[in-house]
Write a protein that binds this ligand. Sequence first.
Ligand code: ATP
Length: 234
Amino acid sequence: MLQIKQLVAGYGSIKALKSIDLSVPAGAIVSLIGANGAGKTTAMKTVMGLVRPSAGRILFEDREITGWSVHEVVRQGISLVPEGRSILAQMTVLENLEMGAYLRKDQAVGSDLAKVFARFPILEERQQQLGGTLSGGQQQMLAIGRALMARPKLLLLDEPSMGLAPLIVADIFRVIQEISNDGTTILLVEQNVRQALKIAHYAYVMEIGRIVLEGSAAEVSANPKVMEAYLGGR
Ligand code: ATP
């Protein structure tokens, strides 16, 4: 579904991506792991059109989307849940969700809202509350709900479990699994490598701008370097 080919991108003289190749097949959960600053967020931002690549190609459903604007990328079927959630604290839960659908031309927003509320009953209960009054876990659910309002075929999740208590982290991973079961393809960036590899089919490991390892989630989990660096040894 998504193919990234020899992608190079960065910020001025900083080359955050030094030619990466990565594929996400339709229906899969693919996880991208690596230390802080490895370039994971940059990879997602470049797919979304938030960072312009200086070389390489991005294909979505066999169509080249390299250099497309964010709204064109979203219209094509890709949504990002950014790191740090970035929900609008001064807007209500409902308004935040409606923002997620603003690019949609069709009239099915109501039924998507119903779906999001069915998945996250707490958001329905709190729909008139300001986003900023929600707990961290609820804000993350809202950020995911907002992304789903654009009806993505591919959902990019950047550190969805960051800063959340263990019980809430489990909820987030359950929700990701459910979204996948419903047919949405997922690219997941996570610091919580153990949990990410449990739900992923395939994984890539990044180090300072390059992919240094890839394989099935089972292969990557069994890799001694991954065990040592990300899984706390054996
Ligand atoms: P993290 O988990 O900390 O977000 P990451 O793997 O997602 O790490 P990136 O955020 O993609 O890494 O950062 C890759 C490199 O690009 C780092 O060296 C970082 O300092 C640099 N970088 C990221 N964003 C910017 C920016 N807006 N301006 C300049 N440099 C940046």
